[in-house]
Design a protein around this ligand. Structure first.
Ligand SMILES: NC(=O)C1=CN([C@@H]2O[C@H](COP(=O)(O)OP(=O)(O)OC[C@H]3O[C@@H](n4cnc5c(N)ncnc54)[C@H](OP(=O)(O)O)[C@@H]3O)[C@@H](O)[C@H]2O)[C@@H](O)CC1
Ligand SMILES: Nc1ncnc2c1ncn2[C@@H]1O[C@H](COP(=O)(O)OP(=O)(O)O)[C@@H](O)[C@H]1O
Ligand SMILES: [K+]
Length: 494
């Protein structure tokens, strides 16, 4: 299993750079290594007679560009360099690196992007601090419109390194070479879609990066693979947990069954559907290994939960948006079982979001809203909804509720109340299909039933669910997902 991959924000990578410099390497040497890493990748993109155009910006990202230009010229390429800004305004290591470049410097407004075979985008990196306007914006737009292969230095210019949002205009890169660690913009949408494949070059700051990391990670098996449940030789089913999934009324039972089957497939020893009396017949007709119990509203749930063996619950899928659903959540919270809340269990709190303040701090709880549910749930909380970073929004929701928050989408973010967070990236758009979220709830609840802590269960559940979907691809429907889980588990547990 590979190592846990930290993701560093622009300010954290800056700290790591400072730390590395304090430990003895010079800033200029870091810049030279960064430039060399980019030049090596440029060589893989360009034929020997290629014309390579480096677009350098006014800061240290531009400094990297000067190093790349000088190296590629030394290696025999036809290289031109266009500068956004003035040579005599370059500062720090960039001013030093610019001395390596003996060629002419073309003003950015005259950069011949159309004549290049490969463009090196060294306009802006982690230091972009506001929306692009005027010449900076026009330069990014012209570079993009040229339709040439673009190799981005650190990140595609115009992307906000922390949020992954476009700031006015963005370069669409064919490949990106970044330094030390990936930044949030390489994983979050829409940023990820502008980067192309992202190469991380250590440039000698690996240990400094690790020292500055600790709060944000790429969601990969290395993060949670070590705690995945493995039944012992003498395990019996109750040791593998008993998941309870609440079903909706007679016309709304499918979502619960999707969640229940997924919980069973991921390894929960037993799974029971708690069904309203009028839906027992419908549910019974379609269940085999999953068990069934009558459950009439909050009182019914309370009665079932007197059996301590139900250790993990799913509430929400097709449960109905009303006060009774809120009351069922209250019963579940009182019972202090592992709890996954989704869909209607979240939407029922629209306008009642304040009731969630620290509501889940006593028991392991995971909330799995998609963007719409998230906005409804916290509509009276601009402090949670407003931050431009999806990671920050999920973290604030987690801190507010005391639950692990899984903010779903193509770049699902999982955040714990203490600030630990992970970004998922192994999904497929084919997961955008009805009932796929219900299955995810079952996977997470089934993992918690087997003893995984909420954050690890949520991270593992999101990754496994996405991997299952991606392994199927086109034509995927939610019914397929549970039966794809064994294949993913088999690989993970090898
Ligand atoms: N960290 C590391 O380990 C290493 C980092 N390295 C490299 O350093 C890069 C970070 O350098 P950086 O901090 O100088 O930032 P950078 O992206 O060049 O931009 C700042 C410049 O842009 C300007 N500016 C900003 N916004 C603007 C706008 N909207 N429109 C117009 N101008 C705007 C801003 O000017 P000002 O805001 O002062 O007006 C300033 O001049 C990093 O991405 C990596 O490539 C490597 O060399 C080695 C190891
Ligand atoms: N474009 C996408 N790429 C990857 N995963 C996606 C994409 N769109 C949706 N998903 C995933 O599909 C699932 C959809 O869940 P949800 O919106 O709750 O669906 P439903 O309510 O129909 O069950 C989530 O796990 C989400 O992360
Ligand atoms: K760049």
């Amino acid at each position: 299993m590979n190592r846990v991959e930290p993701v560093l924000t622009p300010s954290e990578i800056k700290q790591a750079e400072v730390r590395a410099i304090a430990e003895g390497i010079s800033g200029l040497e870091l810049m030279r290594r960064a430039g060399r890493a980019v030049a090596d990748w440029a060589e893989r993109m360009a034929s020997k007679d290629a014309h390579i155009l480096v677009a350098a910006g006014p800061g240290q990202n531009g400094g990297d560009g000067f190093v790349v230009a000088a190296l590629l010229a030394q290696r025999g390429y036809r290289v031109s360099l266009a500068l956004l800004g003035q040579m005599d305004r370059l500062t720090g290591d960039a001013a030093e690196a610019a001395k390596d470049w003996a060629g002419s410097v073309i003003p950015a407004e005259e950069a011949p992007f159309h004549e290049a075979d490969v463009i090196i985008d060294a306009l802006f990196g982690t230091g972009l601090s506001r929306d692009l306007e005027g010449l900076a914006r026009r330069t990014v737009e012209r570079m993009d419109a040229a339709g040439k292969p673009i190799l981005a230095v650190d990140l595609p210019s115009g992307l906000d390194g922390e949020t992954g949002q476009a700031r006015g205009a963005v370069v669409r890169a064919s490949r990106t070479v970044t330094f030390g660690a990936r930044k949030p913009c390489h994983l979050l949408m829409p940023g990820r879609s502008y980067c192309g494949p992202v190469e991380v070059d250590d440039i000698g700051i690996g240990s400094a990066v690790l020292a500055e990391s600790g709060r944000l990670f790429a969601n990969q098996p290395a993060l949670w693979g070590g705690v995945l449940p493995r039944p012992g030789l003498d395990s019996h089913k109750y040791e593998r947990g008993h998941t309870l999934v609440a079903s909706g009324g007679a016309a709304r039972t499918g979502a619960a069954r999707l969640a229940a089957r997924a919980a069973l497939r991921i390894g929960s020893g037993l799974v029971t559907i708690a069904s309203p009396p009028e839906a027992i017949g419908v549910n019974a007709a379609q269940l085999t290994a999953v068990m069934l119990k009558g459950c009439d509203g909050p009182e019914g749930l309370h009665a079932i939960l007197t059996d301590e063996r139900f250790n993990s619950l799913v509430l929400g899928p097709a449960l109905g948006v009303h006060a009774a659903t809120r009351a069922m959540v209250a019963v579940a919270v009182q019972a202090r079982r592992s709890l996954v809340l989704d869909a209607d269990a979240l939407t029922s709190f629209e306008g009642f979001g304040s009731e969630l303040r620290q509501a889940f701090r006593h028991g392991p709880t995971v909330l799995t809203p998609h963007t719409g549910e998230f906005s409804r749930l916290f509509k009276d909380h601009p402090d949670i909804l407003d931050p431009p970073s999806k990671v920050e929004r999920a973290r604030r929701a987690a801190a507010y509720t005391g639950a692990v928050v899984v903010l779903k989408g193509p770049d699902t973010v999982i955040a714990a109340p203490g600030g630990r967070a992970a970004i998922n990236e192994n999904g497929t758009p084919y997961l955008a299909t009805a009932g796929s979220g219900d299955t995810l709830c079952g996977v997470i609840a089934g993992l918690m039933a087997q003893g995984l802590p909420a954050f690890e269960a949520a991270c593992a559940g999101v990754w496994i669910h996405a991997e299952a979907g991606a392994s199927f691809g086109p034509g995927l429907i939610a019914e397929d997902l549970a039966d794809l889980l064994p294949g993913v588990l088999r690989e993970l547990l090898r």
